[in-house]
Design a protein around this ligand. Structure first.
Ligand code: HMG
Length: 304
């Protein structure tokens, strides 16, 4: 089987991971985590989210995080979520150079997550994309519920294609396909990508697989076989979505790096150094990493 020779990992732990943690994580711990992730070789680290602090209090310090990271002076990518112009303006003022808007392929999830229909969300993103173009800021587009919705069940691949194509037409550079509740299987991934790839090149698509049913690694392999070369993952398997009950964390970065090392596919991340990030955040949260790879390697480390 042929796989892409290089995989880009977008580390979403500091955002998608921590947005769902009940334990408040102080800004300095978040910054230490981001520094360790960067030291491990991760070049794309989603650093925060400029959303309502009443809805997601865990992300209320995103401006401080971005200010400390100084994205304009860094060779690394530190995207942040911006659901509307209010969020975009705040992100830009803090120094963000890359942002992401987030839509859904399911009407009911869109309503629950961002309090509006899919059509209204696209209308809300239009000024964000216009302002981003004006300021030379790159915009990623997320599409949630691509393989199933907690409220609507199955989602038609064409519904995913429709919203993805609109986001690309509006100026998004990449679409991250979110299996928000982790119900996908490799067969579903292939069906989805069979529908999308005639319309959107693989280079503009990323996989964002939650591991709720333990299928995320299998889904990544299926997506790589279809040509995708960018995947989102979360250190220690942190996270979930506050608007999708029962959704567990993203696929763990440690698990993906272990997979890629085993396949001989390069991703530029040191597993040893990544464990330092994993140990830091797991230690702070007082629970073991969800990643089985991290647990095994940390246990081995402890016994040496
Ligand atoms: C969607 C909105 C913005 C709609 O915001 P809204 O339409 O203004 O309505 P609202 O009632 O939800 O919020 C109103 C309050 O939020 C404020 N507000 C409004 N916008 C902002 C902003 N940008 N920054 C800071 N504050 C903001 C606004 O000023 C107002 O303040 P108040 O008058 O009550 O004091 C809001 O409901 C919100 O922030 N929701 C949180 C959504 C969220 O963060 N979801 C999780 C991330 S998406 C995800 O995890 C999925 C993903 C991406 O990982 C992929 C996958 O796995 O599928």
């Amino acid at each position: 089987m042929r796989y892409p020779s290089h995989i880009t990992l977008v580390e979403v732990g500091p955002r998608d991971g921590l947005q769902n943690e009940a334990t408040p994580v102080p800004t300095d711990v978040k910054l230490q985590l981001i520094q360790r992730l960067a030291a491990a070789g991760l070049t794309h680290i989603e650093a925060g989210s400029f959303v309502s602090p009443k809805r997601v209090p865990q992300m209320a310090d995103s401006a401080d995080i971005v200010r400390a990271l100084q994205p304009a002076a860094s060779p690394l990518h530190y995207p942040v979520l911006t659901p509307n112009l209010q969020g975009f303006d705040a992100a830009l003022a803090a120094g963000a150079r890359e942002v992401a808007v987030f839509a859904a392929a399911s009407e009911r999830f869109s309503q629950r997550n961002i309090q509006c229909s899919i059509a209204d969300s696209l209308a809300r993103f239009a000024p964000v994309l216009a302002a981003a173009r004006q300021h030379g800021v790159a915009v990623r587009g997320y599409v949630s519920c691509v393989l199933g919705c907690p409220y609507e069940g199955d989602i038609a691949p064409q519904a995913v294609a429709d919203v993805s194509l609109r986001l690309l037409e509006m100026g998004c550079t990449e679409i991250s396909l979110g299996d928000t509740i982790g119900v996908g299987t490799p067969a579903g991934v292939r069906r989805l990508l069979d529908a999308l790839l005639p319309q959107i090149p693989a280079s503009q698509l990323a996989g964002h697989f939650h591991d709720t049913y333990g299928m995320a690694i299998a889904n990544i392999v299926a997506a790589m076989e279809c040509g995708l070369a960018t995947f989102d993952s979360s250190v220690a398997g942190l996270g979930g979505c506050p608007y999708a009950q029962g959704a567990s964390g993203n696929v763990a970065t440690e698990d993906v790096v272990w997979l890629l090392n085993g396949l001989g596919v390069e991703c530029g991340v040191s597993l040893e150094a990544l464990l330092d990030a994993s140990a830091l955040i797991s230690g702070f949260l007082g629970k073991p990493p969800a990643s089985r790879v991290a647990r095994a390697l940390l246990a081995k480390r402890g016994s040496e």
